[in-house]
Design a protein. Sequence first.
Length: 209
Amino acid sequence: MKQQLSILIAALVVTATMACNKTESTASSDTATTSTTVSDTSATTSTYDTSGTTATAANTTMATNVDPADKDFMSKTAQGGMAEVQLSTTAQSKAVDPAVKAFADRMVTDHSKANDELKQLATTKGVTLPADIDDAHKKAADDLSKKTGKDFDKAYMKAMVEDHDKVVKEFEKQSKDAKDADLKSWVTKTLPALQEHLKMAKDTAAKVK
């Protein structure tokens, strides 16, 4: 009887031990699964680079804050500046009068610098400037390129007088009316050079015969 009781107790102990091991194994497995799930979630979590979007939004906000009249002036000035450089670059190679060539050299240098300054200013304001000249300037450049010799010199200088007379008036107006302080400062700084260009253009045109 005692022997049977001992066997029964031993069997119960073995059964209990196996049950505990199974429970621990299951718990360990569940823990591992949970760990893997957490790890996988971490691995699959995407991090998006929003710096570009933020910069675009900031530029849009800045551009919105620029007065429409100021933006229009910047756009037209950019096209006019590019046209001055294009026409004067052509004059550097086609002009026959040394005075006309010298004037063209000055125009390329001064207007290239002014164009770069305007681009930098526009960038800080979030304003997108035209990448090319408009159709009216393209036609003027095409018509001028067909002329040669003294006819070219006369036509180029006539265009320079007319263009600078118009530009000087626009800059004089903008120096008073511009809403953006930085734009007004640039216009005021650039105006004297344009006034000098107009005088040079008139003097040179008078000498071309």
